[in-house]
Design a protein around this ligand. Structure first.
Ligand SMILES: [Cu+2]
Length: 226
Protein backbone atom coordinates (compact mmCIF):
# COMPACT_ATOMS: atom_id res chain seq x y z
CA UNK A 1 0.00 0.00 0.00
CA UNK A 2 1.42 3.31 -0.98
CA UNK A 3 0.90 6.32 1.11
CA UNK A 4 2.21 9.82 1.15
CA UNK A 5 4.08 10.51 4.31
CA UNK A 6 4.98 13.96 5.47
CA UNK A 7 6.72 14.68 8.72
CA UNK A 8 6.56 18.24 9.96
CA UNK A 9 8.80 19.05 12.85
CA UNK A 10 7.95 22.20 14.75
CA UNK A 11 10.75 21.51 17.14
CA UNK A 12 14.14 20.63 15.79
CA UNK A 13 15.44 18.63 18.74
CA UNK A 14 14.41 15.04 18.86
CA UNK A 15 14.83 13.28 22.16
CA UNK A 16 17.55 10.63 22.09
CA UNK A 17 15.52 8.25 24.16
CA UNK A 18 17.62 5.21 23.44
CA UNK A 19 20.86 6.95 24.28
CA UNK A 20 19.48 8.30 27.52
CA UNK A 21 18.26 4.91 28.61
CA UNK A 22 21.65 3.34 28.02
CA UNK A 23 23.42 5.85 30.19
CA UNK A 24 21.44 5.09 33.31
CA UNK A 25 23.62 2.32 34.63
CA UNK A 26 24.25 3.87 38.02
CA UNK A 27 22.06 6.41 39.65
CA UNK A 28 22.74 8.04 42.99
CA UNK A 29 20.02 10.10 44.50
CA UNK A 30 19.78 12.03 47.72
CA UNK A 31 16.29 11.88 49.08
CA UNK A 32 14.44 14.55 51.01
CA UNK A 33 15.35 12.86 54.26
CA UNK A 34 19.05 13.09 53.46
CA UNK A 35 19.70 9.43 52.88
CA UNK A 36 21.46 8.34 49.75
CA UNK A 37 20.01 5.75 47.41
CA UNK A 38 22.29 4.13 44.90
CA UNK A 39 20.85 1.99 42.16
CA UNK A 40 23.31 0.01 40.12
CA UNK A 41 22.37 -1.87 37.01
CA UNK A 42 24.61 -4.50 35.40
CA UNK A 43 27.51 -2.78 33.71
CA UNK A 44 28.69 -5.65 31.59
CA UNK A 45 28.02 -5.68 27.89
CA UNK A 46 25.82 -8.70 28.27
CA UNK A 47 22.16 -8.28 27.71
CA UNK A 48 20.23 -8.18 30.98
CA UNK A 49 19.25 -11.65 32.07
CA UNK A 50 15.56 -12.33 31.99
CA UNK A 51 13.85 -12.64 35.32
CA UNK A 52 13.95 -16.17 36.68
CA UNK A 53 10.79 -18.02 36.00
CA UNK A 54 8.70 -18.33 39.11
CA UNK A 55 9.24 -16.45 42.31
CA UNK A 56 10.05 -12.84 42.84
CA UNK A 57 13.46 -11.72 41.71
CA UNK A 58 15.65 -10.00 44.25
CA UNK A 59 16.96 -7.86 41.41
CA UNK A 60 13.66 -6.36 40.53
CA UNK A 61 14.04 -2.77 39.35
CA UNK A 62 14.02 -0.31 42.21
CA UNK A 63 11.07 2.04 42.32
CA UNK A 64 11.68 5.58 41.23
CA UNK A 65 13.61 7.55 43.85
CA UNK A 66 11.29 9.51 46.07
CA UNK A 67 13.25 12.68 45.47
CA UNK A 68 12.96 12.32 41.72
CA UNK A 69 10.88 14.77 39.77
CA UNK A 70 7.91 12.62 38.93
CA UNK A 71 7.07 12.88 35.27
CA UNK A 72 4.02 10.73 35.72
CA UNK A 73 3.05 7.46 34.19
CA UNK A 74 1.58 7.11 30.74
CA UNK A 75 -1.85 7.24 32.25
CA UNK A 76 -1.33 10.81 33.39
CA UNK A 77 -1.14 12.12 29.84
CA UNK A 78 -4.44 13.09 28.33
CA UNK A 79 -5.38 12.29 24.77
CA UNK A 80 -8.02 13.92 22.57
CA UNK A 81 -9.26 12.55 19.30
CA UNK A 82 -11.56 13.59 16.50
CA UNK A 83 -12.92 11.84 13.43
CA UNK A 84 -12.92 14.33 10.54
CA UNK A 85 -16.04 14.74 8.41
CA UNK A 86 -16.45 16.65 5.15
CA UNK A 87 -19.32 18.95 4.22
CA UNK A 88 -21.43 15.97 3.15
CA UNK A 89 -20.92 14.30 6.51
CA UNK A 90 -18.62 11.58 5.21
CA UNK A 91 -15.76 10.57 7.51
CA UNK A 92 -12.50 11.39 5.75
CA UNK A 93 -9.84 10.87 8.41
CA UNK A 94 -8.85 11.13 12.02
CA UNK A 95 -6.81 13.29 14.41
CA UNK A 96 -5.26 12.28 17.74
CA UNK A 97 -3.52 14.76 20.06
CA UNK A 98 -1.60 13.44 23.06
CA UNK A 99 0.15 15.13 25.97
CA UNK A 100 3.78 14.15 26.60
CA UNK A 101 6.28 14.37 29.45
CA UNK A 102 7.99 17.36 27.84
CA UNK A 103 4.76 19.35 27.78
CA UNK A 104 4.85 19.49 23.98
CA UNK A 105 1.77 17.77 22.63
CA UNK A 106 1.96 15.29 19.76
CA UNK A 107 -0.58 15.40 16.94
CA UNK A 108 -1.16 12.61 14.44
CA UNK A 109 -3.37 13.22 11.40
CA UNK A 110 -4.55 10.57 8.95
CA UNK A 111 -6.55 11.32 5.81
CA UNK A 112 -8.26 8.50 3.95
CA UNK A 113 -7.33 7.69 0.37
CA UNK A 114 -8.89 10.07 -2.12
CA UNK A 115 -10.82 11.96 0.54
CA UNK A 116 -9.34 15.39 -0.15
CA UNK A 117 -8.31 17.24 -3.34
CA UNK A 118 -4.69 16.78 -4.40
CA UNK A 119 -3.36 20.15 -3.25
CA UNK A 120 -2.23 22.05 -0.18
CA UNK A 121 -4.71 22.73 2.59
CA UNK A 122 -4.74 24.94 5.65
CA UNK A 123 -5.04 22.98 8.89
CA UNK A 124 -5.96 24.58 12.21
CA UNK A 125 -7.48 24.11 15.63
CA UNK A 126 -10.61 26.26 15.90
CA UNK A 127 -12.05 27.68 19.09
CA UNK A 128 -15.43 25.92 19.41
CA UNK A 129 -15.99 22.18 19.47
CA UNK A 130 -18.94 22.32 17.10
CA UNK A 131 -18.84 21.07 13.49
CA UNK A 132 -22.09 21.92 11.71
CA UNK A 133 -21.81 21.33 7.97
CA UNK A 134 -21.62 22.27 5.27
CA UNK A 135 -19.78 25.47 6.19
CA UNK A 136 -18.52 24.59 9.69
CA UNK A 137 -18.78 28.25 10.71
CA UNK A 138 -20.03 26.89 14.04
CA UNK A 139 -16.43 26.15 15.01
CA UNK A 140 -15.66 29.85 15.19
CA UNK A 141 -12.26 31.32 14.44
CA UNK A 142 -8.88 29.91 15.23
CA UNK A 143 -8.00 29.15 18.82
CA UNK A 144 -6.19 32.48 19.07
CA UNK A 145 -5.56 33.41 22.72
CA UNK A 146 -5.05 37.07 21.80
CA UNK A 147 -2.38 36.37 19.22
CA UNK A 148 -2.31 37.27 15.52
CA UNK A 149 -2.50 34.63 12.83
CA UNK A 150 0.53 33.08 11.23
CA UNK A 151 4.19 32.49 11.89
CA UNK A 152 5.00 35.62 9.87
CA UNK A 153 3.07 37.83 12.30
CA UNK A 154 5.21 39.51 14.97
CA UNK A 155 2.49 38.77 17.52
CA UNK A 156 1.82 35.33 16.09
CA UNK A 157 1.08 32.60 15.66
CA UNK A 158 -2.24 31.51 17.03
CA UNK A 159 -1.97 28.53 19.39
CA UNK A 160 -4.29 26.82 16.90
CA UNK A 161 -2.10 27.50 13.87
CA UNK A 162 -0.62 24.41 12.27
CA UNK A 163 1.50 23.83 9.16
CA UNK A 164 -0.32 23.23 5.87
CA UNK A 165 -0.90 19.67 4.77
CA UNK A 166 -0.15 18.55 1.23
CA UNK A 167 -2.20 15.82 -0.38
CA UNK A 168 0.01 14.08 -2.92
CA UNK A 169 -0.87 11.96 -5.90
CA UNK A 170 -1.07 8.83 -3.75
CA UNK A 171 -4.15 10.36 -2.17
CA UNK A 172 -3.53 9.42 1.44
CA UNK A 173 -1.85 11.33 4.22
CA UNK A 174 -0.22 10.46 7.51
CA UNK A 175 1.46 13.38 9.25
CA UNK A 176 2.76 14.08 12.74
CA UNK A 177 3.19 17.46 14.37
CA UNK A 178 4.76 18.56 17.63
CA UNK A 179 2.65 21.30 19.22
CA UNK A 180 4.86 23.51 21.43
CA UNK A 181 2.39 26.39 21.41
CA UNK A 182 -0.81 24.89 22.76
CA UNK A 183 -1.93 22.97 25.82
CA UNK A 184 -4.70 20.45 26.34
CA UNK A 185 -6.36 22.86 28.77
CA UNK A 186 -6.72 25.36 25.92
CA UNK A 187 -8.35 22.73 23.73
CA UNK A 188 -10.53 21.27 26.45
CA UNK A 189 -11.91 24.52 27.76
CA UNK A 190 -15.63 25.03 28.32
CA UNK A 191 -16.74 24.58 24.72
CA UNK A 192 -13.93 22.37 23.48
CA UNK A 193 -12.26 22.87 20.12
CA UNK A 194 -12.36 21.54 16.57
CA UNK A 195 -9.71 20.62 14.03
CA UNK A 196 -10.36 22.09 10.58
CA UNK A 197 -9.09 21.55 7.06
CA UNK A 198 -9.52 24.27 4.44
CA UNK A 199 -9.88 24.19 0.67
CA UNK A 200 -6.85 26.39 0.09
CA UNK A 201 -3.38 26.97 1.45
CA UNK A 202 -2.72 29.04 4.59
CA UNK A 203 -0.31 31.86 3.70
CA UNK A 204 0.66 32.16 7.40
CA UNK A 205 0.31 35.93 7.00
CA UNK A 206 -3.22 37.16 6.18
CA UNK A 207 -5.50 38.01 9.09
CA UNK A 208 -7.35 36.47 10.69
CA UNK A 209 -7.02 33.02 9.12
CA UNK A 210 -4.35 32.92 6.42
CA UNK A 211 -6.77 33.30 3.48
CA UNK A 212 -7.09 29.53 3.44
CA UNK A 213 -10.52 29.40 1.80
CA UNK A 214 -13.57 27.35 2.64
CA UNK A 215 -13.76 24.94 5.53
CA UNK A 216 -14.00 21.50 3.95
CA UNK A 217 -13.51 19.09 6.85
CA UNK A 218 -14.06 19.41 10.58
CA UNK A 219 -13.66 17.26 13.68
CA UNK A 220 -14.75 17.86 17.28
CA UNK A 221 -11.91 17.02 19.67
CA UNK A 222 -12.99 14.89 22.61
CA UNK A 223 -10.93 13.43 25.42
CA UNK A 224 -10.25 9.74 25.01
CA UNK A 225 -11.37 7.72 28.06
CA UNK A 226 -8.44 6.09 29.76
CU1 LIG B 1 -8.97 27.12 10.01
Amino acid sequence: MTRTTAIALLMSAALPLGAAAQQQETTTTTTDSGSTVTTTAPTTSEAPAPSPAGGASSEAPAPSPAAGDATGSEGDFRQAGAPLHNAEGTEIGNVVITETASGVMHLVLDINEGALPTSQHGFHIHEHGVCEGPTFESAGGHLADGKDHGIHAANGPHPGDLPNITMGEAGMLHVEYFLPGILMDQIMDGDGAAVMIHSGVDDYTSQPAGNAGDRIACGVLELTPN
